[in-house]
Design a protein around this ligand. Sequence first.
Ligand SMILES: [Zn+2]
Length: 139
Amino acid sequence: MREKILCPVCQVSFLLREEKKDGDEVICPVCGAVLIMRMDEEKRHLERPPDMDPEEEIRRRMDNFAKLRTYHFNQMKNPLIEGLLAKRERFGDFYCPCKIDHVQENVCPCLETRMGSVEQNGKCHCGLFWKEPPKNGEK
Ligand SMILES: [Zn+2]
């Protein structure tokens, strides 16, 4: 069964590369989100891992995304993770700590970043993802 399935994080539908069963982990090839396959009768869908520690969830997501795009991190990674965790705690999701609006398109990795802002500017809006390995001290 080769059909597209919706990522609940970036809202993009993608084709599953291999057959998955209920409870299997799936990595979104668009945003890197760690997801769990759910089968309810005939319908299948993906959900965010309900029992995963938030820090593990966002770290794995950003590491997957960086790997998918061959991006790099600098020393701001940990402070930005703190910011993302604070946003999740306060507003319910991993909204970009450098953006004001708590909307779906600002959930990390944000839409702007997924659309190629790193290729254009060398880094994402808040300097989490970098095109080239950053030199010492660069923010
Ligand atoms: Zn996604």
